[in-house]
Design a protein around this ligand. Structure first.
Ligand SMILES: [Zn+2]
Length: 292
């Protein structure tokens, strides 16, 4: 009997310990692009729950009760930071979670747009590599016994990101300097423009909340009629009405759909961060090259 109660006590210890070695980490990522990056590094050592899913706008998101439950049960919560998830601090507070909180953009130098921090840092691959460094560190801190596996996964992923980064630099460098103007619905590609030498113009600012004034829109259309942009794109998360109007008033064709702040649903071209970046890069380059 004494022996049996000892066994039961030992079993109870195993079940009660926060994260026994055979259990997976529960990780919550704030939006789909980050969720994919976490999955790439975690492999099968974590269950990743994403709050703002594919084709959804994290700027305008309103968390649900289900999100609060997921955060409260998580071992680790990873957010983009830079003011992207305006709702996340309140959600984390309200959930009462004791999860570790990691910010994927730690160490990235933020771009400023008219004095405001641009949160879309993932749209440069050099930054994505810093996201992966931060994700690896956060996962390893949450589950030190799996650190070697996280490092192996992160190294392989960083190599893929670096390869695509070099390709983007070379492909964009091959475009004539005067055919690198791209118009999108909202200002989500500042880091891409900065890293690879493109100019992005957008009727909406760095979030999707504010509509441009008629005067601002007329100014952009006037500029495009004078100089001519090479490419006009709709986005998966933003309303396409403004782009349709610009197309009508400038005669510029819409080159297709870019994925800016979210991955796409299954069966579309942007179901992972690498696929999303490759799709955006190829679409931008092909459209700009054809515009000359
Ligand atoms: Zn955005």
């Amino acid at each position: 009997m004494k022996y049996l109660s000892g066994v039961i006590a030992a079993l109870a210890m195993i079940f009660l310990s926060a994260c026994p070695s055979w259990a997976k980490l529960d990780v919550v990522a704030s939006f789909s692009i980050l969720g994919d990056m976490v999955e790439q590094v975690a492999g099968d050592k974590a269950t990743v729950t994403t709050i703002v899913g594919p084709d959804a706008d994290a700027h305008l998101y309103a968390p649900t009760t289900g999100d609060a439950v997921a955060v409260s049960e998580a071992d680790l919560v990873i957010v983009n930071g830079l003011g992207f998830e305006t709702w996340s601090a309140k959600l984390i507070d309200a959930s009462g979670t004791d999860a570790a909180i990691a910010v994927a953009t730690t160490g990235i130098t933020p771009l400023l747009v008219e004095g405001e921090i641009d949160p879309h840092a993932w749209n440069a691959l050099s930054n994505a590599i810093i996201y992966v460094d931060n994700i690896e560190a956060a996962l390893s801190a949450a589950s030190p016994e799996d650190a070697a596996i996280f490092k192996q996964n992160a190294d392989a992923y960083r190599a893929q990101l670096d390869r695509l980064h070099r390709r983007a630099l070379a492909d964009i460098a091959s475009l004539p300097a005067d055919s690198r103007i791209v118009v999108t619905a909202h200002d989500a590609f500042g880091y891409l423009a900065d890293a690879y030498g493109l100019t992005f113009l957008a009727p909406q600012g760095i979030d999707t909340e504010a509509e441009p004034s008629a005067k601002e829109l007329a100014k952009l259309i006037g500029f495009l009629n004078e100089t001519g942009a090479g490419a006009l794109f709709v986005e998966n998360i933003a309303n396409s009405d403004l782009i349709t109007q610009i197309s009508r008033e400038t005669g510029l064709q819409i080159g297709g759909r870019l994925y800016s702040d979210a991955l796409s649903v299954r069966g579309s071209p942007a179901t992972s961060y690498l696929a999303m970046f490759t799709h955006n890069l190829e679409l931008i380059i092909n459209t700009l090259a054809a515009s000359k």
